[in-house]
Design a protein around this ligand. Structure first.
Ligand code: ATP
Length: 314
């Protein structure tokens, strides 16, 4: 059996410092086993991308794995960096130890929660799995990736408001970050005007009016476990798209309940659902956007959404 070399990229701040405990456990485990590894801890936001860009696997007898310890944001940043890595002719597989707050990607791929059990699964893996990663391309051909989702409208407005809310840091400190998100969701609902969209899918153009939420998903969950796109799957090479028309709060609450319980929200007459290998979407006016929880700013969207694949080791 080929021995492993683990390039560990760890975000100790992830999951309100759950990342620190997880990193200590994993490093103690690798050290006790005498495994070859190199540890890099992220020192500032988005540092993970730079660390991943700089990895240089030697041509040696090892099976090189990039071991990511962190949440969805860290995983996103590492994949981005590895896709930009100029030292590797073929992508280095990722082993992922989730230790974030939302952990939507790991929930979407059914990863084992216990870090050591997860590590053992990685060690017992013999072959990489190619998982889908979303790609957004702007009119200037600039690309960004998403592992979870790309949203336009109310969820993106909520991200925008939450990032600026004074209560956020305090509530995050108390591990109550989702309270801050919920309060801002209500505020965003009051502020959010409807917009019109057109999109192309398989050479057919669709138009929808009165929209207030657009979400492209690579896996089912958003917002830390809400199964907004229950059929989304990281192995089917398809992107799921949900469009929701604005409705009264009284109608929205039962819809949200259906989303949380049985996925029947997709059958609602004001909800539109599509699956495709690619889409080209335009909004008729400026809207807030978010990609894996990162703000895309207030802009008129004219983006191609497609997929690429990245090798995972589990
Ligand atoms: N040393 C650091 N100091 C401050 N922020 C950091 C540091 N290292 C990484 N970060 C930032 O921490 C942010 C949060 O990380 P991450 O998304 O992995 O965890 P999370 O938000 O707790 O989990 P999830 O995204 O699954 O909800 C990332 O955007 C990352 O850029």
């Amino acid at each position: 059996m080929v021995p492993y070399y683990f390039h560990v990229i760890a975000n100790e701040t992830a999951g309100s410092f759950q990342g620190k405990k997880t990193t200590q456990r994993i490093i103690a485990y690798l050290t006790a086993k005498g495994s070859a590894f190199h540890l890099e801890k992220t020192q500032y936001p988005k540092h993970a991308t730079l660390l991943a860009q700089k990895i240089k696997p030697l041509k040696d007898a090892y099976q090189h794995i990039v071991l990511v310890i962190g949440g969805d944001g860290t995983l996103h940043q590492v994949i981005k960096g590895l896709l930009e890595n100029k030292y590797t002719p073929s992508p280095i597989p990722i082993g992922y130890i989730p230790s974030g707050t939302g952990n939507d990607f790991s929930r979407g791929v059914n990863l084992v929660k216990d870090p050591i059990e997860n590590m053992k699964l990685i060690e017992n893996t013999r072959q990489a799995r190619e998982l889908d990663v979303g790609v957004m391309t702007d009119p200037q051909a600039k690309t960004s990736i998403f592992i979870n989702n790309l949203g336009i409208g109310i969820d993106a407005r909520t991200v925008f408001l939450t990032n600026r809310s004074k209560a956020k840091a305090f509530l995050s400190h108390l591990k109550m970050g989702s309270m801050s998100y919920l309060a801002n969701l209500l505020k965003a609902y009051r502020q959010q005007k409807t917009f019109n969209i057109t999109f192309r899918q398989n050479n057919k153009t669709y138009a929808f009016d009165n929209i207030f939420l657009v979400t492209f998903g690579n896996e089912p969950y958003f917002g830390g476990g809400v199964p907004i796109l229950p059929n989304a799957n990281v192995t089917n090479h398809l992107i799921d798209l949900i469009l929701v028309e604005k409705m009264s709060f009284a109608k929205l609450v039962p819809l949200f309940y259906k989303m949380l319980t049985d996925g029947s929200h997709l059958k609602n007459e004001r909800v539109h659902y599509f699956q495709s290998a690619s889409f080209h979407l335009k909004t008729d006016r400026q809207e807030y956007g978010q990609i894996d929880g990162e703000e895309l700013g207030f802009q008129q969207f004219d983006y191609k959404i497609s997929l690429t694949q990245y090798p995972f080791w589990f």
